[in-house]
Design a protein. Structure first.
Lengths: 357, 129
């Protein structure tokens, strides 16, 4: 167990019960895994101007969301850098739920409230009201369907529904996740008795599918293989949207949102660094913070996230380098304990889940 | 777990099994359990001179890098090449998967190390914190 932004969380579950980072990671890629992600935060915006408010603070275009649909986005500072990344869910006509990172719960809530005061909409911090459980993997739907009356086959990826889950009524079920696999996130009442019961019922229902409880370690290796950003690593308050390569989630055709002007200017100036994927060529593991070396051993950048990739069976990393080093195939070195170890730029995401027929 | 009595142990969770002037070194079951799945082992070159208590390499799990400390001073004569391709062997059989063999500079250094019984006690006490 470790302290993760003030939360007591497991890095991995015991080897004695068949877990450990590698087994947990493989379970999610080939079967199903369950994560307690209650540390994540939840902000609800509701009111006649809820959409206007969301459009003002979020870089993606929430007006494209039908009721029951969700999208990945980010909250930006006026400089075009990241307050946090977020999943925006449209729960109702004028009701939106933002699911945000654990470490930025307070910051985000204050940011959202302070930047939407001018709109006719209430901003509620529901973070402590929910226990959030993620069920992820190709067999996730099989597990959850046993426990809900909602027809999960009708819920497309990044869509949501409400249904009975473990006899709890009107539970929010979202087909979202942070693993680059199919899966669901459910939001149940946060009291311990309910949370424990739901957790155990899912484990039970998942037995026939080989379900495995998964910790932070696997959560990180799974999202890394899928090139999903982690706040404080690939995105932060000193990195802008273009550098992070999140262009497709940033709708500049929206006439106004916080950060838009700075992004317009930054686009015209061009990026000085860009996020790339690396694969180690020589023996060695690139880790967070390790230096990237170009010709002549000159420092050209830094690893934002690096780790062995259990499914791909390679050692991979995400890093910021100047654009001239970003072409796929470019050879660089990673400084590991004083030695330059060969790596090369590879396409990302490193892993994409197979399309089902 | 009963630790083999044919060797000595360090507080950094290495074991050293001496046979005359040569010794074999590895890490303990407690070490491999704490590390989790081992994915990488970095060992010194044959011929390297090691000083007791100083680092001689690293062992990496998915999440972390851990230093390996020389239980005794000496010269590296052989390293286990198997661990370059199959580091998980250390998890499966920590007391059988040796990492390196050294020629001891001073066999007397081993006297100060922990016996199997003392090491077991040490591990139990550490866990009690």
């Amino acid at each position: 167990m470790v302290d993760f932004n003030g939360w007591d969380m497991p890095v991995e579950y015991p080897a004695a019960i068949g877990c450990g980072i590698i087994n947990e990671h493989m379970a999610v890629r080939t079967g199903v895994g369950i994560f307690d992600v209650s540390h994540m935060g939840d902000i609800r915006l509701v009111g006649p101007q809820a959409l206007v408010a969301v459009q003002h603070i979020s870089m993606n275009d929430a007006s494209r969301l039908a009721v029951g649909q969700a999208q990945y986005s980010a909250l930006l500072y006026p400089q075009g850098t990241f307050v946090d990344d977020v999943i925006v869910h449209r729960l109702g006509e004028d009701e939106y739920l933002l699911v945000i990172n654990a470490g930025t719960r307070e910051k985000d809530f204050h940011w959202v409230r302070d930047n939407t005061r001018q709109f006719d909409c209430a901003v509620e911090n529901l973070s402590d009201d929910f226990t959030q459980i993620a069920i992820q993997g190709p067999k996730a739907v099989g597990v959850l369907q046993k426990l809900t009356d909602a027809d999960l086959s009708a819920v497309k990826f990044y869509w949501i529904t409400r249904g009975s889950v473990c006899d709890l009524k009107k539970i929010l079920i979202a087909r979202t996740g942070y693993t680059a696999e199919d899966g669901f996130e459910i939001y149940v009442p946060a009291d311990e008795a309910t949370s424990a019961r739901v957790w155990n019922e899912i484990l039970n229902a998942g037995k026939e599918f080989g379900i495995v409880p998964c910790g932070l370690g696997a959560r990180n290796t799974l999202r890394l293989e899928g090139k999903l950003p982690l706040y404080g690593h690939e995105i932060s308050d000193t990195i802008n949207v273009w550098e992070a390569g999140l262009d497709r989630f940033c709708r500049m055709e929206k006439p106004e949102f916080v950060g838009r002007a700075a992004l317009e200017k930054a686009k015209a100036e061009g990026v000085k660094r860009t996020l790339i994927g690396l694969e180690m060529v020589e023996r060695g593991i690139a880790r967070d913070g390790y230096k990237i070396l170009g010709g002549g051993g000159r420092e050209i950048g830094c690893v934002t996230s690096g780790s062995p990739a259990p499914f791909l069976k390679k050692n991979i990393a995400l890093a910021y380098v100047p654009p001239e080093f970003a072409e796929v195939g470019t050879a660089v070195k990673v400084e590991i304990r004083g030695q330059g170890v060969a790596a090369q730029v590879v396409p990302t995401p490193f892993y994409k889940r197979p399309k089902t027929a | 777990m009963a630790y083999p009595t044919d060797r000595k142990y360090t507080k950094e969770h290495e074991w050293i099994q001496a046979s005359g002037a040569t010794a074999t070194v590895g890490i303990t079951d407690h070490a491999q359990e704490s590390l989790g799945d081992i994915v990488f082992v970095e060992l010194p070159k044959v011929g390297a001179e090691l000083a007791a208590g100083k680092t001689f390499g690293t062992v990496e799990s998915v999440k972390a890098v851990s230093d390996l400390y020389a239980p005794a001073s000496g010269t590296v004569t052989e390293i286990n090449a198997d661990l370059a391709t199959s580091p998980e062997k250390v998890n499966k059989d920590p007391h059988g998967s040796w990492m390196m063999k050294i020629t001891l500079k001073n066999a007397g250094e081993l006297d100060a190390l922990l016996s199997a019984a003392d090491y077991e006690k040490f591990v139990a006490e550490e866990a009690g914190h």
